[in-house]
Design a protein around this ligand. Sequence first.
Ligand code: ZN
Length: 728
Amino acid sequence: MMKKTMLATAIAGVLALSACSDNKPATEQTAAQPTAQTAPAASTEATMSNPLLKPSPLQYQAPQFDLIKVEHYLPAMEAGITEHAAEVEAIANNPEPATFDNTIVALEKSGGLLERATNVFFNMTGTISNPEILKIQATMAPKLAAHGDNISLNPKLFARIKAIYDGRANAQLDSEALRLVEVTYERFVRAGALLNDEQKTQIRALNEEHSKLANQFSQNLLQITKDIAVFVDDKAQLAGMSDAEIAAAAEGAKARGQEGKYVIEITNTTRQPALAVLENRELRKKVWEASAYRGTTGETDNRPIVARLAQIRAERAKLLGFPTWADYQLGQSMAQKPQAVLDMLNSMVPAVVANTKIEAAAIQEMIKAQGGDFELQPWDWEFYAEKVRKAKYDLDESQVKPYFEFERVLQDGVFYTMNQLFGITMKARPDLPVYHPDVKAYEVFDADGTSIAIFYADYFAREGKRGGAWMSSFVGQSKLLGEKPVVVNVMNIPKGPAGEPTLVSYDNVTTMFHEFGHALHGIFSDVNYPSLAGTSVSRDFVEFPSTFQEDWAANPQVLANYAKHYKTGEPIPADLLAKILKSRSFNQGFDTLEYMAAALVDMEWHSLPADAPLQDVEKFEAGALKKHGVDFAPVPPRYKSTYFSHSIGGGYAAGYYAYMWSEILAADAFAYVQTQGGLKIENGNNYRKHILSIGNTKPPMEAYKAFRGQEPTTDALLIRRGLKPAVN
Ligand SMILES: [Zn+2]
């Protein structure tokens, strides 16, 4: 996962944080109740001692974590907003005619304090959260949103940007400057800057209705999640669950005032974890139905909301000059056009459906072998798939983990690979302050010994840390500001018992490579303007550099270097390794099909024109699945519309496809590099030059073609997922 900086986000006038895993709904800031009480003006003494108020004197402005205290965040962010607003006003009211330097560059230079304070603060909200931090976050969210609106809807400022944009052909700008003008202009246009007053009134009304309905949609989901939990009276019905799971189910029921019963909670996807273990078929059906029919009845019926939200988005798009919401949304993506997304997904359908049907046949056979006399239904899939998996690849984590000792994976796996590919070396910097004792600081040196960045490693799970894994930046890279990257990787690896080494699952090994791929995107950034730097690329591109690194974990040369038994130092046995790698392609037909079905439904909802009538939700969804040939009954979409938070909730509307788009690029690029000799510095340098160093200074497809010599195809992804045989 990759976190965009708050400032870029605030300026863009949207609050979208890109997420790595699609298990969670897209992070959205809830509009907090404005507090009646405003923060007291910082006293001179507090101002003097607030380390966030001035650039850190440490190397590359690494944050002074030893001096920063919780009470520093709010005054620093508020001062940052005030300062930034004044800077923007000065730019907008400059009596000189607008030039690239006095407007666009001036904007790039503005907001330093706010950027510094938010970068540190939003890392804290994810890594050492506590009620005090949450309260500050709730106070700041609406202020940051309003600040972003004030900038993007400032007519004087936009008039200057438009004048520069209109005259850009004759302004003798270099290609990066030209790109910056275009990206900046489009950002304002997309926020509504070109609209006349009447249209602005209309869009504001639509925005208001949208935010009300989107909020109602998620409120309903919260309520539904509470209401539809499945209660079981008789413990015998839970056969298949572990003792710990049964105990938790009893605890859960008690907490809901149903002592003596057991509760099965419904999680956010259509598929439910309990379905993999429950032996009682009737109960499985009940759990599945509770999940799949969410939001279709009673007071929390989400169907009218889904239909109206699709319509509102289409109307908004029309006002902004786009035929559909998907056209609007994709304008700044690598895909560019909805048709490109549909073409990509459709090209994969035959292989994915064929493989899913092979998986279904194996499951049907397992049902028969276990004495079942019924046709496979959605609520049977995971239960019998689990039996097929055990029969095919019985893989015991406790056998695997001793070969993946944390420090060895990091030093001899991740850092070693990056050294072989790019020539970089990592040097521990225990002298730099950190925000938690588990965090380690490193300085990154280039192949020629030049120091290029600071990297913080925050790998271990702990209380107060948000789940999942991500990368974010404390300091961005920019030649304009003379700044070098200071980045962090955050993960949730369970730490070994005191005095013992930490052993890592293979999944977490690949995640360490993944997150370091995001880190490199920041570390290797080599651009002039901060808002084009590093990971500030489109959502369908941002997971490419990270996913690209994952597969090095299984490279034979890399494995031989790090996968050694933590006690004996023996290399991992070949048959065990083969089992690990093979088991990763298990059930990929199902996983891919349920994802694609959801992505296609998302695209269809947002391809409606503004004059389309309100849709019948179930009919529309069924029609979309059928239209694209992904209507295979045992594998329903990963999310149905009535609980599809990514898409209908708004964060990933016409954007759910992006995860797969990035993976296609990663798989295609990785396969290409293997044909060029694999793990060697020439390949790393080529990739660094065309992809990692350029940030958003070029249209992403152009950058990709410069690296690869052609556009990507989906073949490598299908092979990566085991859905297509590898050639030769
Ligand atoms: Zn990621």
